[in-house]
Design a protein. Sequence first.
Length: 115
Amino acid sequence: MAAGAHNFKIEQGATFNNTITYKNAAGTAINISGSDITLKAKDNRSDTNFVITLSIGAGITLSNPSAGTFTISIPASTTAAYKFNRADYDLDITISGVVTRLLTGQIQIIKSVNG
């Protein structure tokens, strides 16, 4: 199955939370217990440095693994420090050694008028 395409908007200086449920093509939740999930973003896909790197325990939490649910959380202090306007990202999950790209797209930073 090809990765879904989804763009995120993050408000600079605000806490970002997004809960995602991983389901198969039939719409049944996939148990993600014991999985590894990463979100990595770059200003440009050809760049060598990541502007965002999240993983389980560092921005990603398995909210309800047996129901396929996990949450991406970025604190306000972190989003306040983002200097980029847009970044390309990939969200990957590894279950039993098999890596699947769940989502791909862009992250747009909505700049704060406060700074």
